[in-house]
Write a protein that binds this ligand. Structure first.
Ligand SMILES: [Zn+2]
Length: 384
């Protein structure tokens, strides 16, 4: 990688049109409307990306319809809003202070937005910033509204403005369609990293056949875990998961009994070293707790799922046996770069994943049409 500064001192602005097509949501519960809006220009350390595709959050219509009831403290972007969490595209234009990113670069745009200047941001942990926000999805407190004023674009539009710190350059062997999966994979990667060294260790993946669960299983295997205890409901998708590494993935349908008991039966009564929970927003906390209780003394539990609610937890159980429970939100751009590199060199094999796409004009069909026939093996995107 070159360390020399680019010769130009001014930003590179393109001659592309002044307006663009964007899918905007005017009111929750209504369909999105594709309309002409002003096209952003890049200034300072910001970049404009010509969007080629954007990953679709499964069940987005339902999530948006219920969000403000479920999580009233977490604001959606002000309407009319351009949603879209996982954009990929080609850098169109860079601001005059951008370094190392050039027009023509193929990128995944990390939707993570943060202030860039606080202790958390400058120490490489932007998810801990008070301003941390998902561009094109939702924020975590009222400060996110300041981020939306600066960065109003998700990926369901032709050109989006984003900070240079959000750019994950894509390897040539990663197609745009597959790259829209990087958000969920990056979230799984960040969780797996928080477990620590994986060699000789065992991991329970709760919700293993979902979008996050399949990614976590793939990444833990790629990074050297010895055994994965894959737990979900449906057996056919679990069997498909086992095919990733038949000697290292053991599968269990939790409709057949308790997860903790099953894991102990597979580990001479000891339990697993780690558990990652990946369940969705409407899952039962009982499942989380049951999987957690399968973790051995000294074990580590990381939550990246969307399940909400209060969990009755014996804190002495955590303390007496030196267990840790960690919440892990999304991933840093640095982790995205590491993931891109692992894909470039074949450490992570994307071939088990199957993207399914809709044209931009059918965005409302895509929002309502995302179902989980192939569970987490299928990813969904809109091509722009
Ligand atoms: Zn910050």
């Amino acid at each position: 990688m070159s360390t020399t500064l680019p010769e130009r001192s001014l930003g590179q602005q393109s001659a592309s049109p002044l307006t663009m097509r964007a899918a905007r949501l005017h009111q929750v519960g209504e369909p999105m409307v594709i309309e002409e809006v002003e096209r952003p220009r890049a200034t300072g350390t910001d970049v404009v990306v010509a969007v080629k595709g954007c990953g679709m959050v499964p069940n987005l219509a339902n999530v948006l319809a219920n969000w403000e009831t479920w999580y009233p403290h977490e604001p959606l972007p002000p309407r009319p809003a351009i949603f879209g969490l996982d954009p990929v595209g080609i850098v169109e234009e860079v601001g005059d202070q951008v370094v190392g990113i050039s027009p023509g670069d193929r990128v995944y745009v990390n939707p993570s937005r943060s202030c860039g200047a606080c202790h958390a941001c400058t120490s490489g942990a932007p998810q801990k910033c008070d301003y941390w926000t998902f561009a094109g999805y939702f924020g975590f407190n009222q400060r996110s509204l300041e981020m939306y004023a600066r960065y109003p674009h998700g990926g369901f539009c032709e050109y989006m403005l984003a900070p240079q710190a959000a750019m994950v350059r894509l390897p040539d062997n990663l197609e745009f369609r597959d790259a829209t999966r990087l958000g969920y994979l990056g979230t799984g990667y960040s969780a797996v990293r928080k477990l620590g060294p994986l060699a000789g260790k065992t991991l329970i993946v709760n919700g293993a056949t979902g979008t996050l669960g399949v990614g976590v299983t793939m990444l833990a295997l790629a990074l050297g875990i010895s055994r994965v205890f894959a737990v979900a409901r449906g057996v056919p998708l679990l069997e498909r998961l086992r095919e990733l590494a038949p000697h290292r993935v053991e599968i269990f349908s939790n409709t057949d009994g308790g997860t903790a008991e099953w894991v102990r039966s597979r580990t001479e009564g000891i339990g697993a070293d780690f558990m990652i929970d990946t369940l969705g927003a409407v899952a039962s906390l009982d499942s989380f707790k049951d999987a957690m209780l399968g973790v051995a003394r000294g074990g580590r539990i990381v939550n990246i799922g969307g399940t909400a609610g209060e969990l009755a937890l014996d804190v002495k159980w955590l303390m007496d046996e030196s267990r840790e429970l960690i919440g892990s939100a999304w991933f840093s751009t640095a982790e995205g770069l590491e993931l891109a590199d692992m894909i470039r060199y074949g450490v992570v094999d994307m071939s088990p994943l199957r993207p399914k796409s809709w044209p931009f004009e059918q965005i409302n069909e895509a929002i309502n049409g995302v179902t989980s026939g192939d569970g987490g093996f299928t990813s969904y995107l809109v091509e722009i």
